[in-house]
Design a binder for this molecule. Structure first.
Ligand code: SF4
Ligand code: SF4
Length: 424
């Protein structure tokens, strides 16, 4: 047991293992306002890593329709219920401090590690509060696809939208939540493994299962609150997302030696994804790195928030919350930073608008960006506030300084000549 600092919770927490921090950490930001649920990411992953026998129910990347969908079924509601039972009514946030080490205030409740101490099962105490999903819960990975929640209109046969919907929150709503292993800073899968088969790579923080050591006890599956380790019946071992580490290392020939984003990120049709590596301090906090796009989105603009930070694993997947969804639901999922994040995203300033253009533009990892100011395009008012659009140019660089992309805020459009209406 050690005491570690979890910046997403703004406080120290008990962690049943010795914490070790990588030099750089694999991380990603997903813009949920743009996901179209096409599953291109899911299939890019499956066709690369999990197409063999025994891997049929293995979806390292999945996209579920919230609020009803989930893979395995109800994974998040079940873990939230366990936490609520362990600490009834106590899972709250407070604190007024807002800085690099406490951007969302302070979590007053219990993490899955803290709540596990009093939860003695017949097999003894758990390292992390969790449960093992049933076989049925691992079936039908896209159950409830496109099922909305909300007003009576969502009832079967009553899809009458005569009244329409209005911002900021819709009464009838759903959204797509794309997920993969969060390569957590405090991985529950790792602490729960009695064989010490799971490890976190010191160079990039990617969490891997050593297939030689694993004996398939599924303790990782029980402990991971995101349910992102999977059992393979043909090898009797657990497998999980490997963060496409050969690509991140720059060993994919397509990248010509430069670090590349994972397959799921590169294949994203909606351009919702931006994956990268962030520099980490000796105590696990993020190093100030103003020109790294992930650092900017998460710590400066604060538009991207961690998924269920209250679980306590310090996940490295961050989400720009969908604007139209009821705030109470979003706050339970992404913590207290939701209102500010949506406010900034809905009325982006000049720099944020430029950085958002980096998503999906190039499969190589962008370590640093630079903005060249362009002319003013127009000015308007959005909900009573002034908004100005500038046609700035954003340039992205790889780790070694190679320029990898250059794009503008205003996308160029081409008018097709009359005589070639149906050809390019
Ligand atoms: S998401 Fe789950 S499997 Fe991935 S590192 Fe975190 S605890 Fe482990
Ligand atoms: S490829 Fe992108 S847009 Fe399509 S489902 Fe996956 S995350 Fe969403």
């Amino acid at each position: 047991m050690s005491n570690v600092f979890n910046w997403q919770l703004g406080r120290e927490m008990e962690f049943p293992y010795e914490a070790r921090f990588p030099d750089e950490q694999f991380a990603f930001v997903f813009n949920l306002n743009r996901c179209i649920g096409c599953q291109s990411c899911t299939m890019a992953c499956k066709s690369t890593w999990t197409f063999n026998r025994g891997q049929e129910a293995m979806w390292w990347n999945n996209v579920e329709t919230k609020p009803y969908g989930g893979y395995p079924h109800h994974w998040d509601v079940k873990t939230l219920d366990l936490l609520d039972k362990a600490n009834p009514g106590g899972q709250t946030w407070g604190g007024t401090r807002r800085d690099l080490r406490a951007p969302y205030g302070e979590f007053k409740g219990k993490t899955i590690f803290e709540a596990a101490k009093n939860n003695i099962s017949p097999e003894g105490a758990q390292k992390a509060l969790g449960y093992l999903p049933t076989d049925e819960e691992w079936s039908a990975p896209n159950r409830f696809e496109d099922n909305p929640a909300g007003a009576e209109k969502s009832r079967r046969g009553q899809m009458s939208f005569s009244e329409g919907e209005a911002a900021p929150q819709h009464r009838t709503w759903f959204f797509y939540l794309a997920r993969l292993c969060n390569h957590c800073s405090y991985p529950a899968c790792l602490v729960a493994c009695p064989r010490h088969a799971i490890y976190k790579r010191p160079e990039d923080g990617i969490v891997l299962v050593d297939q030689e050591r694993c004996r398939g006890y599924r303790k990782c599956m029980e402990a991971c609150p995101y349910k992102k380790t999977f059992y393979r019946s043909t090898t009797r071992t657990s497998e999980k997302c490997i963060g496409c580490f050969p690509r991140v290392e720059g060993r994919d020939p397509e990248g010509r030696g430069l670090p590349m984003q994972t397959r799921c990120m590169s294949a994203c049709v909606g351009h919702i994804r931006l994956q990268g590596l962030v520099r980490i301090e000796k105590d696990g906090a993020w190093k100030e790195d103003r020109s790294n796009p992930l650092f900017y989105l998460i710590h400066v603009a604060k538009v991207a928030l961690p998924l269920y930070p209250q679980f306590g694993t310090e996940p490295n997947g961050y989400y720009i919350p969908p604007r139209w969804v009821p705030r109470a639901y979003l706050k339970q999922m992404f913590g207290p930073g939701v209102d500010d994040a949506i406010e900034r995203y809905a009325l982006p300033d000049r720099e944020l608008l430029a950085v958002l253009q980096l998503f999906g533009k190039d499969p190589r990892i962008c370590f640093r960006y630079e903005i060249k100011e362009g002319p003013k395009v127009f000015e308007t008012e959005i909900r009573g506030k002034k908004f100005t659009l500038y046609d700035d140019t954003i340039i992205g660089y790889s780790k070694d300084g190679t320029k990898i992309l250059k794009t503008r805020v205003e996308e160029p459009f081409h008018v097709r000549p009359d005589q070639h209406a149906n050809s390019i």
